[in-house]
Design a binder for this molecule. Structure first.
Ligand SMILES: CC(C)(COP(=O)(O)OP(=O)(O)OC[C@H]1O[C@@H](n2cnc3c(N)ncnc32)[C@H](O)[C@@H]1OP(=O)(O)O)[C@@H](O)C(=O)NCCC(=O)NCCS
Length: 118
């Protein structure tokens, strides 16, 4: 929660939400831009709404907006075991180019570092 709040309040933070027809927030993405580099900081879809294309729509929208802002390359970190997110990112052209050893806590796990050119 603390990291969520600090990411949202960061001056460079670019958040978008997905809203259902009846007005509920069902997903969100938080990115940031530093000069011509973009980063996906958080992406999540409500468990009951997954696998319906919402994560993909959020990511497509965010990447389009980052491109309009002059971003040429987007990076992100993801748990190596997170097959759903890695599958989604690969569909959007992200490639695993590096790893950060024991980057996550609870449980300890490596991060895959992924990049996509816009
Ligand atoms: C990752 C996440 C955002 C995906 O959202 P989503 O709305 O379910 O994704 P989409 O429906 O747009 O899926 C698009 C593609 O991603 C891949 N994908 C999504 N979920 C997957 C799964 N469980 N297993 C394998 N591939 C998956 C597939 O290629 C899928 O296309 P398909 O359904 O035509 O096969 C969602 O699972 C989530 O909120 N997970 C928990 C939070 C999280 O891990 N966030 C990422 C942290 S970096």
């Amino acid at each position: 929660m603390e990291s969520f709040e600090s990411e949202l309040s960061c001056a460079h933070s670019l958040p978008w939400v997905a809203v259902s027809a009846d007005g509920r927030v069902i997903g969100f993405i938080i990115c940031r831009r530093v000069e011509d580099g973009g980063e996906v900081l958080k992406l999540a879809v409500s468990p009951s709404m997954r696998r319906r294309g919402i994560g993909g729509k959020l990511l497509r929208h965010a990447m389009g907006e980052l491109k309009k802002l002059g971003v040429v390359r987007v990076s992100l970190e993801v748990r190596e075991s997170n097959a759903a997110a890695i599958g989604l990112y690969e569909r959007f052209g992200f490639k695993r180019l590096a790893a950060r050893k024991e980057y996550y806590r609870n449980p300890v796990e490596n991060a895959a570092v992924m990049f996509a050119d816009l």
